[in-house]
Design a protein around this ligand. Structure first.
Ligand code: PMP
Length: 363
């Protein structure tokens, strides 16, 4: 098979060594003669895997001891609801910063579930001369005005990333689905971090939740037991049968990431990948990115062709060269190259070479 580079926004490519190991272990994991999918989550072997995965994630992200790490069902959207149900009982209020499609969806889900609670929203992206720019308001107020402030540091659809860690009088809840472990961040600044797994962690369906222990004292709404953070923490994420295969693959991704030097080393590679692609876009009038330089996503590089009538040819020819899934999200159109942790520098170089050559041919 010729080399393929998969730029899909999610479910995204996983590190090839992880996939090769999973393939090798598929029918016989750990010498048990069966796969990891076919054993009890309460077996000593699986519990050892779960413990190691948590320890590795704690090490990779420097997660302090006063945080629980939960492996949950339901992906990113499951957490849109869980956050509301776990923190807004008893008529609480929350503030949502809206910077693109995913934070907007999180806010809409919160409003749907809010009942008597109040969900305030602040749009933080301004279109300045055709360039989407994050304009962060000063977040001021009394500490008990809101139970939490929700925001999404990387908007997967819009290609907008907020790199500065924000300061807020209220606990910060962050949707890190598409940026987790791509760069260093100070977990102690957050009340809760969540991420759907299918970009930088493993297969879809799984969600990682990192929650400060005192947040679990907030009043809850009635909710499905499997989404209850307290129950999940009390039962070591095994209140019901967890997605064991996804958990296993996540554990393998953590081992892989540690092997290449952890998040700091990964961040340096990710910076280089994004820099090479944006340099190509900026150099050629043929392509355009409509996001302020300071807010350009490192994980999801969105771009448009100056002549949209060439979109189809661009995608077809890219695919023929093994450059897959470059079509932008249907809401925003154009192109999107997702450069998650598993995408090697070679993939970006292959894409840049193709883009230069395509532009030259169609100039
Ligand atoms: N948040 C962000 C930032 C996302 O990119 C996505 C999925 N692309 C979601 C939430 C929703 O995740 P899921 O499909 O796992 O519910």
């Amino acid at each position: 098979m010729s080399v393929k580079y998969n730029f899909c926004a999610g479910p995204a490519m996983l590190p090839p060594p992880v996939m090769a190991k999973a393939q090798q272990e598929l029918l016989d994991w750990n010498g048990l003669g069966v796969s990891v999918m076919e054993i009890s989550h309460r077996s000593s072997e699986f519990i050892a895997l779960a413990k190691q995965a948590e320890a590795d994630l704690r090490e990779l992200m420097s997660i302090p001891d006063n945080y629980h790490v939960l492996f949950m069902h339901g992906g990113g959207r499951g957490q849109f609801a869980a956050v509301v149900n776990n923190f807004l009982g008893d008529k609480g209020r929350a503030l949502y910063l809206v910077s693109g499609q995913w934070s907007k969806s999180a806010m809409e889900e919160a409003r749907k579930l809010a009942g008597d609670c109040q969900i305030d929203a602040l749009n933080i992206v301004e279109n300045i001369n055709g360039i989407n720019t994050v304009v962060m308001p000063a977040l001021k107020g009394s500490g008990d005005e809101y139970r939490y402030l929700h925001y999404c540091p990387n908007e997967t659809v819009d290609g907008i990333e907020i790199f500065d860690e924000i300061t807020s009088p209220w606990p910060i809840v962050a949707d890190l689905s598409s940026t987790i472990m791509s760069r260093e961040l100070d977990v102690s600044r957050y009340g809760l971090i969540y991420a759907g797994a299918q970009k930088n962690i493993g297969p879809s369906g799984l969600a990682i939740v990192i929650v400060r222990k005192d947040m679990l004292e907030l009043p809850q709404m009635p909710q499905a037991s499997i989404m209850d953070y307290r129950l999940c923490a009390e039962h070591d994420s095994m209140f019901n049968t967890p997605p064991t295969f996804a958990w296993y693959l996540a554990a393998e991704v953590f081992t892989w990431l540690k092997g290449i030097g952890g998040v700091k080393a990964m961040e340096a590679i990710n910076k280089e990948k994004a820099a090479r692609l944006y340099a190509c876009i900026d150099k050629l009038d043929f392509y355009r990115n409509g996001v302020a330089v300071a807010n350009r996503s490192r994980m999801n590089v969105t771009f448009q062709l100056a002549d949209e009538s060439l979109d189809k040819a661009f995608l077809t020819e890219a695919e023929a060269k093994g450059l897959l899934a470059l079509k932008g999200h249907r809401i925003v159109g154009g192109m999107r190259a997702s450069l998650y942790n598993a995408m090697p520098l070679d993939g970006v170089d292959a894409l840049v070479t193709f883009m230069e050559e395509f532009a030259a041919r169609h100039a």
